[in-house]
Design a protein around this ligand. Structure first.
Ligand code: C5P
Length: 228
């Protein structure tokens, strides 16, 4: 299991200060909409400068026509990030087109597909996808696996079933983790770190429980202890 810290703070200075305080640990840093829209590739370069061993997950959840997605995937690859994601609901042609385009690169980032956002409850999810979360997440995961992606973004509660339906090596990245039972905020399907470990989650993504803690470094160290 590899910890991924969500850099969702309101300014580049605060995100970089958090990264600086965590530089002794070779962990993953998640750069999402807020940070990337505001700070762009300078943020990625600054993170790599703080610790060249930090791995970067660019969480932009691409969703567009296949060619546009492949163009974006190629630009993301040129940024030198280690992982990014697309929406599974963009479909299998989009998946194939993205993976084919990246196959020309000697070193490409890991590509994951978002199944069901962890902020969805059953009612709101089925209004859009006309299926239950569990069933649809598994279907999306199979499609992603068949089309050459490296893994999926899902909740802890689907991680085991997704691995059973695809492969033990098919990666699961799970937000909505409240390591020691902290406040859920807007997340609906939250799990503790112990549960994530038991369900075979590869990457627990943790934001607010770390950066809103009075001692983020201490919290990360407690988390890493559970993961080791
Ligand atoms: O603060 P919290 O730990 O809830 O942060 C979770 C992070 O994971 C946020 O950056 C959120 O955008 C992201 N995320 C998510 N659900 C997904 C995909 C990404 O919560 N399905």
């Amino acid at each position: 299991m590899e910890l991924c810290v969500a850099l969702d703070l309101p300014s580049a200075e605060e995100n970089l200060a958090l990264a600086e305080s965590l530089k002794a640990h070779n962990i993953w840093m998640k750069v999402g909409f807020r940070a990337y829209i505001r700070d762009g590739k300078l943020l990625i370069q600054a993170l790599k400068k703080i610790n060249p061993e930090f791995k970067i997950f660019l969480d932009l959840k691409l969703y567009d026509i296949p060619n546009t997605m492949a163009d974006a995937a190629e630009e993301i690859t040129k940024l030198g990030v280690d992982m990014f994601n697309i929406h599974a609901s963009a479909g299998k042609i989009a998946m194939k087109t993205v993976m084919e385009r990246l196959s020309t690169y000697e070193k490409r980032p890991l590509v994951l597909a978002v199944t069901a956002l962890t902020s969805f409850d059953e009612e709101n999810f089925s209004f859009i996808y006309e299926k239950g979360i569990y069933e649809k997440a598994e279907q999306f995961a199979k499609m992603s696996h068949e089309n050459g992606l490296d893994g999926v973004v899902c909740s802890t509660f689907e991680s085991r079933a997704i691995k059973n339906a695809t492969s033990e090596h098919f990666l699961t990245l799970c937000p909505g983790i409240r390591p020691f039972g902290e406040d859920a905020g807007d997340q609906q399907r939250v799990a503790t770190l112990e549960l994530a470990k038991a369900e075979g989650v590869d990457f627990p993504v943790i934001g607010r429980p770390i950066y809103r803690d009075v001692n983020p470094v201490g919290k990360v160290e407690r988390i890493l202890q559970v993961l080791s």
